[in-house]
Design a protein around this ligand. Structure first.
Ligand SMILES: [Zn+2]
Length: 60
């Protein structure tokens, strides 16, 4: 399971899924709806991916 917290400071939106691609999809949708990003730039996808954490790592 992968965990993701919104990259925007002060925003406490978070999600978790099995698939990294699904996190990118949900995060992109959240950016449009909550932060009024009209288009998701390629570097934003990279930022999102860099922010994804493996939930399993916490229990180690
Ligand atoms: Zn957010």
């Amino acid at each position: 399971m992968k965990q993701y917290d919104c990259i925007v400071p002060g925003c406490d939106w978070k999600t978790h899924t099995e698939e990294e691609a699904e996190i990118v999809r949900r995060a992109s949708e959240h950016m449009r709806q909550a932060h009024e990003e009209a288009s998701i730039r390629p570097n934003m996808v990279e930022q999102i991916k860099a922010h994804i954490r493996d939930e399993d790592a916490q229990s180690a």
